[in-house]
Ligand binder design. Sequence first.
Ligand code: ZN
Length: 109
Amino acid sequence: MHELSITQSIVDAVCERAAGRPVYAVQVRVGMLTAVVADSLRFCFDLVAEGTVAEGARLEIDRPPGAGHCRSCGGDVAPTDLVLLCPCGSADVAVTSGQELQIISMKVG
Ligand SMILES: [Zn+2]
């Protein structure tokens, strides 16, 4: 359940920026390769946000797909899970997308 600690960080940052104003929506970018489950994130967000200015805020999760570049054959890899393996058999893949975990925007009152 590392989603809980991630969500705590998100809510902390959101509340700090909101500076006492009510938060209506929070948009986060969570790459497909972060091993974060969107549903768990949503569940934890509601839990953690309770009693804060972010309570009841809508959590929008943007999930960019993973992308990588194989250092062995130079090919582009589109990893769909955490196993970064190039079709050529090499695991020497540099991830170029999909590991994002950031707050993109928020709407405050
Ligand atoms: Zn390769």
